[in-house]
Design a protein around this ligand. Structure first.
Ligand SMILES: C[C@@](CO)(OP(=O)(O)O)[C@H](O)COP(=O)(O)OP(=O)(O)OC[C@H]1O[C@@H](n2ccc(N)nc2=O)[C@H](O)[C@@H]1O
Ligand SMILES: Nc1ncnc2c1ncn2[C@@H]1O[C@H](COP(=O)(O)OP(=O)(O)O)[C@@H](O)[C@H]1O
Length: 292
């Protein structure tokens, strides 16, 4: 990226984990009904926006393997412009850190950050609920990133209930295989009738990720990684994979295991947070004296 982006201009685009993922049924559109705990992380990508008055929406640089027309960031900006009639445009910068298609929500989070940031920068004045409604057209996980809080979720992942989870550190590891979300949801053998739980009964130990077994069968590298990680800490796959997370109460313990990671795999340590960095940024710009 040639242009120097000032640090305060960056908008965070954090990752999430699904601490558990139960598939409880299917709705009339064929989408799967879920119960999940979306854990927001303090770590992720960053986006910056150079606003213009000519209405042109463009990436400063394309993401590898993602044509700009398919980039969820461009799609989100165009959808917001269409919905609000805004005549402004933007050149969008992405500092990509998160693995793509890893079940940690990078693309959905980028879309959510774009909607929240441009709503502010274009002065569209849409409410959080309106942004979430628009975001759902881009992907099932976009609303939770707009909401920006660690929550229980059901429906297709867009109906939220508050949850309080202890401060925890996670080691997130990418086994380096790509798992397609539609392909996993299309698997005939996927469990689809897990009984619904009451949120008050939630315990990590009594839940699971319903996609994990099938992903492990189709992608033995994920099974191998889980077998390795579980020696050190409770470990599970997030979303439809392929990333896996291990849970620690102490940051240094997580870092120690990261240092031992075999060379085929890459990972990072992140803190589980109740409010996402995007939520904090939104509060910051809304209370800034000149409203940035
Ligand atoms: C299941 C989760 C859990 O976080 O997996 P990850 O994507 O994070 O791995 C997500 O909700 C995924 O959300 P997202 O990745 O936005 O999926 P979408 O683009 O909306 O859907 C991709 C495809 O997956 C299927 N799909 C998705 C979500 C869902 N609840 N039921 C489905 O059947 C549909 O075939 C859809 O066409
Ligand atoms: N800005 C973006 N960042 C990441 N992936 C994107 C983006 N725009 C489009 N995509 C596409 O969306 C797919 C899913 O991305 P992502 O949200 O990172 O994974 P997941 O849904 O598994 O958590 C990617 O494989 C990629 O082709």
């Amino acid at each position: 990226m040639d242009t120097v982006v000032m640090p305060q201009s960056w908008w965070p685009s954090p990752a999430k984990l699904n601490l558990f993922l139960h598939i409880t049924g299917r709705n009339a559109t064929g989408y799967h009904e879920l119960q999940t705990l979306f854990q927001m992380l303090d770590t992720g990508d960053r986006l910056a926006f150079d606003i213009n008055d000519n209405g042109i929406i463009a990436m400063s640089e394309s993401l590898p393997g993602v044509p700009d027309e398919d980039n969820l960031v461009v799609k989100a900006a165009r959808l917001l412009a269409r919905h609000t009639g805004s005549e402004q445009g933007a050149t969008i910068y992405i500092d990509k850190q998160l693995p793509m298609g890893g079940g940690i929500g990078g693309g959905s989070s980028n879309a959510a950050t774009t909607l929240v940031a441009l709503n502010h920068l274009w002065n569209c004045q849409l409410s959080e609920d309106e942004l979430a409604h628009i975001g759902l057209q881009l992907g099932a996980d976009v609303p939770v990133f707009i909401h920006g809080k660690t929550v229980f979720a059901e429906g297709i992942g867009e109906k939220f209930s508050p949850v309080s989870v202890p401060a925890t550190w996670y080691l997130i590891v990418n086994p380096g295989v790509h798992v397609s979300t539609p392909a996993i949801f299309g698997e005939p053998d996927l469990p689809r009738q897990t009984p619904r739980i009451q949120w008050s009964d939630y315990r990590y130990e009594s839940t699971r990720n319903d996609c994990q077994e099938i992903v492990c069968k189709r992608h033995p590298e994920v099974a191998k990684l889980l077998q390795w990680l579980v020696h050190y800490a409770p470990s599970r796959m997030t979303g439809t994979g392929a990333c896996v997370f291990a849970t620690f109460s102490d940051q240094q313990e997580a870092r120690d295991v990261l240092a031992k990671l075999p060379a085929d795999w890459t990972g990072f340590v992140a803190k589980g947070v109740a409010e996402s960095p995007l939520q904090l940024k939104r509060q910051e710009v809304n209370t800034a004296p000149d409203n940035m």
